[in-house]
Design a protein around this ligand. Structure first.
Ligand SMILES: *Cc1c(COP(=O)(O)O)cnc(C)c1O
Length: 394
């Protein structure tokens, strides 16, 4: 596969493992074991069984008739919102917890921004009876109280990150520090296709169940296994990577990514990395990121906490650079518009993140007979407080 990672962990010029020497043994242990362990039949069986009976997979591929009429094309929604815990993230945490178990690690750490990855990690730790510590920025702990409560209910310890802007990147720094200090017994579960090699490749593989299912479901429903377009939102990029994975080399399929433009790409409140980002190193990987001329990270902004990240995964940076994927900046307001639209015409309340992908329907004209698959990465329950503020406008 030409867009696959190379032996050194690169996607073209992006990726790699730019890590402090102290972290080298941990990352190297994972790099040498992840493919071998995850290809064992007994691993594959447990992974598939958990996805089926615990998570509720396969998730439906739903032909959205009303949405299709409105936009005069054929739109299918991949319902990742129906997974246990409410989003795609659990596909990845299940994969990583099975790896941790087989590597003999008893202590799990994770970073989280909005708390979605923290909840998905706390869930699988409870399932496996493993200790779980989630690092979260102090500011995010205050903003995301319901998810903090969920993690605690599931038995996880939530540790506040008090440095810098007290948000996701600071929580990530704390988690890395913890990992360096506890190399023997600790496994670090990263929540997206970011971080040093092998994380981007490993997470993409676990999420690739999404495109594997889309292929089968399209074959059953329309008699061919590919659509003309795949649409997904990109924070770090894991739900998009899973949606694109088995179609990366199929040039009949166009890949569209929605990025959070926040208040707009010409303001200082945005998270549209593909437009505002330049090549640099963040959290162990070379990729596009939002930074000042002297390399300081610029604080991103998005109404959706899951897209509020100053970088994107190295695979996505490469897909954009090669012209294989196209990116659409979507503002906060456009995303909220799309959420209310979908709720009112299909009876599905999407996560704010997923609403960014839906918003591409307003930016691009698809023709009548083309098939468009949109990944609905998560459900909107967690965003109701935000939606309530807009109720009288719709
Ligand atoms: C975390 C999250 C995202 C963004 O993360 P990716 O790694 O880009 O997928 C998107 N949608 C939902 C519902 C999320 O929870």
């Amino acid at each position: 596969m030409s867009y696959a990672v190379d032996e050194k962990g690169f996607y073209g010029e992006f990726g790699g493992a730019f890590i402090p020497e102290m972290l080298y043994p941990n990352v190297e242990e994972l790099r040498t074991k992840y493919l071998e362990i995850s290809s064992q039949p007994e691993f594959i069986k447990e992974f598939n069984d958990l996805l089926r009976y615990y998570v509720g997979r396969p998730t439906p591929l739903y032909f959205a008739k009303n949405l299709s009429l409105k936009y005069n094309t054929k739109i299918y929604l991949k319902r990742e919102d129906l997974n246990h815990t409410g989003a795609h993230k659990v596909n990845n945490t299940i994969g990583q917890i099975l790896l941790a178990e087989r590597m003999g690690k008893k202590r799990i750490i994770a970073e989280t921004g909005a708390g979605q990855h923290g909840v998905a990690t706390a869930t699988v730790c409870a399932l496996k009876g493993l200790q779980c510590i989630v690092y979260m920025g102090e500011v995010d702990i205050a903003r995301q109280a319901p998810n903090v409560a969920r993690m605690k209910m599931l038995g996880a310890e939530v540790r506040p990150a008090k440095s810098g802007s007290k948000t996701l990147k600071d929580a990530t720094n704390e988690a890395i520090r913890d990992w360096i200090g506890n190399p023997e017994d600790t496994f670090y579960i990263i929540g997206s296709v970011v971080g040093p090699h092998p994380y981007p490749d490993m997470v993409a593989r676990f999420q690739s169940v999404i495109s594997e299912e889309i292929k089968k479901q399209l074959q059953d429903q329309i008699g061919r296994e590919y659509p003309e377009y795949l649409l997904a939102c990109v924070g770090g990029g894991s739900n998009a990577a899973g949606t694109f994975y088995h179609y990366l080399d199929d040039l009949r399929v166009q890949l569209f990514m929605a990025e959070a433009a926040g208040h707009g790409v010409d303001t200082d409140k945005s998270a549209a990395t593909s437009i505002l980002g330049t090549s640099g190193i963040i959290h162990g990987s070379r990729t596009l990121l939002m930074q000042t001329e002297d390399g300081q990270i610029i604080e991103p902004h998005s109404i959706s906490a899951g897209l509020d990240y100053p970088g994107i995964g190295p695979l996505h940076a490469h897909l954009l650079k090669m012209g294989r994927a196209k990116s659409f900046p979507i503002t906060d307001k456009e995303a909220v518009d799309a959420s209310f639209m979908l709720s009112r015409i299909e009876g599905i309340i999407p996560a704010l993140e997923s609403a960014h992908a839906l918003s591409i329907l307003e930016k691009y004209t698809f023709s009548k007979d083309e098939v468009v698959v949109i990944n609905l990465s998560g459900r909107g329950d967690k965003d109701l407080d935000t939606y309530m503020q807009y109720l009288d406008k719709y």
